[in-house]
Design a protein around this ligand. Structure first.
Ligand SMILES: Nc1ncnc2c1ncn2[C@@H]1O[C@H](COP(=O)(O)OP(=O)(O)OP(=O)(O)O)[C@@H](O)[C@H]1O
Ligand SMILES: [Mg+2]
Length: 383
């Protein structure tokens, strides 16, 4: 398949549409696909097509990208073909290519330059930012764009230093039970990286400050030039190869219960990158993409009110993009079809915005009550 550069309109006018032979459809090949909603298995594969470059494929072409433009030619790459020896069975799994990082995430210009640079230099990166500002989404998308193998590790689940690499499990056996070490995704990723030095691996240590300090301290030698960890499964030092890169994320601030402070020595092992919520227009695009079928007018109203609450000098409301997505999704539900917009917006934002803040909605001196008064005013102005 060599049509990757051909404009889609030229492909659409191709007169003779010879079906693909299965030998031509191999992983890595690129072509154009026109997607429709997949009526079957919508959760795993929301989009499907029946042709590539407008030539029938025999097998169904499926895609799990968060969003694709329906009916339009989208450039895709074949990731996997199941049952390659059969023309009547299996599927062709594809992913969109050429979509820039901009289509997936918003991040400040400085971060766009510094994150890839820090990774290329082998530095560890620490994302610092409030909840729901895109830390996890950005790291995942950048890993994909830079072709790192992405390994997610939730540090909030750690209680003991050994938990980073392995957990002990009880195993039933004849005459009783025995204990075995079960390796974590982190240990598997490090072993895999040792075996395949050409594959770069991005280990994302999410919620790093939600694990207690004594557990987090075992990571210290992994994050400096020593590059070793104690492997409890062998009771020996585990070498961390240079193709393993670490990115961590933390929420910092008084609002975060269950978090532990990152001390200066830990912080010193990272390039610290600070992130905040996207600007209004970028957040509108994100919500529009993430809430299928939403009304752009509702999105604009909800995002605008969120920004006013976040920027209010007294309130500084820490409202995540999740909160705006949630509000837009609720307002789009049929339960609100017959409710006047001002009333519906007030009711939904009292829940999705104000209830996220400390205090009582009925107490005008609390953050929740103050936010409700502001929302009431803004709803009147914007609906
Ligand atoms: N900058 C952004 N770019 C793209 N999507 C974003 C961005 N910020 C938030 N979102 C959207 O908001 C939701 C939450 O984002 P995400 O989980 O990445 O936030 P987070 O900063 O990791 O939050 P937390 O601190 O709670 O883990 C996702 O649906 C994501 O698509
Ligand atoms: Mg996160």
């Amino acid at each position: 398949m060599t049509h990757a550069e051909t404009p889609p309109h030229a492909l659409a006018s191709t007169a003779v549409r010879v079906p693909w032979s299965s030998a031509e459809l191999s992983p890595g090949a690129e072509a154009f696909a026109r997607f429709e909603r997949n009526p079957a298995r919508t959760e795993a594969w929301p989009w499907r097509a029946t042709a590539l470059d407008d030539r029938p494929t025999g097998k169904v072409v499926v895609c799990r990208a968060p969003a694709v433009p329906l009916g339009e030619a989208v450039r895709v790459r074949i990731v996997r073909v199941t049952h390659p020896d059969r023309s009547d069975r299996g599927r062709i799994e594809v992913e969109p290519v050429g979509a820039s990082l901009d289509d997936e995430v918003w991040m400040p210009e400085a971060l766009r330059r510094q994150l890839p640079a820090a990774l290329a230099l082998g530095s560890n990166v620490l994302f610092i930012g409030p909840q729901g500002c895109g830390k996890t989404t950005i790291v995942r998308s950048v890993a994909r764009a830079l072709r790192y193998r992405y390994v997610y590790f939730n540090c909030a689940a750690i209680t003991d230093p050994d938990d980073f690499l392995a957990v002990i499990q009880l195993q039933a056996r004849a005459g009783g039970t025995s204990t075995i070490w079960r390796s974590t995704a982190l240990l598997d990723a490090i072993r895999d990286a040792q075996a395949r030095p050409e594959q770069r691996v991005l280990v994302f240590l999410d919620e790093l400050n939600r694990c207690p300090e004594h557990a987090r301290n075992v990571l210290m030698p992994a994050l400096d030039n020593t590059r070793v960890l104690h492997d409890p499964t062998t009771n020996r030092a585990l070498r961390i190869p240079p193709n393993v890169h670490f990115v961590a994320a933390v929420n910092v601030g008084r609002a975060f219960s269950g978090t532990f402070g990152i001390d200066a020595a830990q912080l010193d092992r990272f390039v610290p990158l600070v992130l905040s919520w996207p600007p209004q227009d970028a957040e509108e695009r994100i919500v529009m993409r993430n809430v299928p079928g939403c009304d752009p007018e509702v999105v604009r109203r909800v995002v605008r009110i969120a920004h006013q609450l976040r920027n209010d000098s007294e309130l500084r409301a820490p409202l995540s993009v999740r909160a705006t997505e949630q509000a837009v999704a609720l307002l789009g539900h049929e339960s609100y079809a017959d409710v006047p917009p001002e009333e519906a917006t007030l009711e939904v934002l009292a829940t999705t915005f104000c209830n996220r803040l400390p205090g009582d909605l009925h107490d005008p001196d609390s953050d929740a009550g103050r936010a409700l008064n502001l929302v009431r005013k803004l709803c009147r102005r914007t609906t």
